[in-house]
Design a protein around this ligand. Structure first.
Ligand SMILES: [Ca+2]
Ligand SMILES: [Ca+2]
Ligand SMILES: [Ca+2]
Length: 376
């Protein structure tokens, strides 16, 4: 058997000042040997058709007249999608055809063009050792047709996370207001790093909570309050971070770092609840991968001080504000009652909350005291 092969590529015509792809340049035709005269016996020929990425191959037989046979086992045309050659790998048969267009519509190409899903198609023509009649063979035409990625998707996924725009030979994505296009050109993400929370109580959440959080996003938050305070985190409901039944948080997760402790990763549908960090500085990292729609999380935090009793004891003086307990950093003003004046300041060695005195505010009538952190 005589075997041969022809590569049919789009003519790469580039005109000055014109950007590829020029329209309608990707087409060609091919036919059986000797067409329109009878094709030879023992032929085996393959045409490899390739059009640029972003296009699909459309194939049309304008003339078709091959020896008919049961299951097309004598002479045939075989159309393969996706390269077809064993050295390219991965092909699927789109059809095997023989006979004439008018004889058997099931085994011959129909009136509609064949549309491949990709940009590579191979056409194999094979003839056996004999012909009972003078069959005239075939003539075929192919053209490159734009893929509408916005409708068809890409690699079985949506082409774009938010908004998709098709054009001839490609597509591009854009994002709704407030989002940034990720370097992958398809995902919409947000900027959520470097946020520092310094209030003693507060709340934070995944971006857009309770709407689904964006994909391919890295958020890092820091909560930093005065030394001596201890941050306590409380994750509420709903809590919904993409997880995996067997592997621990391989897709999306929250991790919390506090001094030498680490908490997490957390994911899934159950809130981590309350986390006592024992630190005044907490870093929170939130990571999301490229897929999934999950609501995310919301967390409130409080800071707890070492509990101190009244830091001031003194006769003939008033303390304001007067309260049963104080936390590190609280400010207290001590004023002498009328007719009295400050004669001595004594430290209180047994207090869990050492005092610092603002000397600049010392006067004969009042002093300001600040409770300092334990151990400082
Ligand atoms: Ca034959
Ligand atoms: Ca397109
Ligand atoms: Ca995800």
């Amino acid at each position: 058997i005589f075997g041969s092969r022809t590569a049919l590529l789009c003519p790469q015509v580039l005109w000055p000042g014109l950007v590829w792809p020029p329209l309608l340049m990707c087409y060609n035709n091919f036919q059986s040997p000797n067409f329109p005269a009878t094709y030879p016996d023992n032929m085996h020929h393959r045409w490899d058709i390739r059009v640029p990425d972003g296009f699909r191959v459309r194939l049309d037989f304008s003339h078709f007249d091959l020896e008919p046979s049961d299951m097309c086992q004598c002479d045939y045309i075989r159309v393969e999608a996706g390269g077809g050659a064993s050295d390219v790998g991965g092909s699927s048969i789109m059809g095997v055809f023989c006979g004439g267009k008018s004889q058997d519509p099931d085994s011959a190409p129909g009136p509609e063009p064949l549309g491949a899903s990709g940009n590579i198609v191979s056409v194999v023509f094979s003839s056996d050792f004999s012909n009972q009649q003078n069959f005239s063979g075939f003539q075929a035409h192919y053209s490159a047709v734009d893929m509408d990625e916005c409708v068809e998707g890409v690699d079985e996924n949506d082409a774009c996370d938010h908004l998709c725009h098709n054009y001839v030979g490609g597509f591009y994505c854009s994002c709704r207001l407030g989002y940034l296009l990720h370097p992958d050109k398809r995902t919409c993400t947000v900027e959520c790093s470097g946020l520092v929370f310094s209030e003693r109580v507060g709340s934070l959440s995944s971006p857009n909570f309770p709407s689904p959080y964006p994909k391919r996003t890295e958020c890092s938050y820091v909560i930093q309050v005065s030394p001596g305070l201890k941050l306590r985190l409380h994750f509420g409901d709903p809590f919904d971070v993409e997880d995996h039944p067997q592997t621990l948080c391989p897709y999306d997760f929250i991790k919390i770092r506090a001094a030498s402790k680490e908490f997490g990763p957390f994911c899934g549908g159950k809130s981590p609840g309350v986390i006592q960090t024992d630190s005044n500085i907490v870093a929170i990292l939130f990571h999301s991968d490229h897929s999934g729609e999950n609501v995310g999380w919301r967390m409130t935090y409080t800071s707890e001080g070492s509990q101190c009793t009244s830091p001031v004891h003194g006769a003939n003086a008033t303390v304001s504000p007067l309260q049963p307990e104080y936390s590190p950093g609280d400010r207290v003003r001590v004023s002498c009652l009328p007719g009295f004046m400050l004669i001595k300041v004594m430290s209180l060695p047994l207090s869990p909350c050492p005092l610092s005195i603002h000397l600049s505010q010392l006067s004969f009538h009042s002093i300001s005291l600040v409770a300092g952190p334990t151990g400082s």
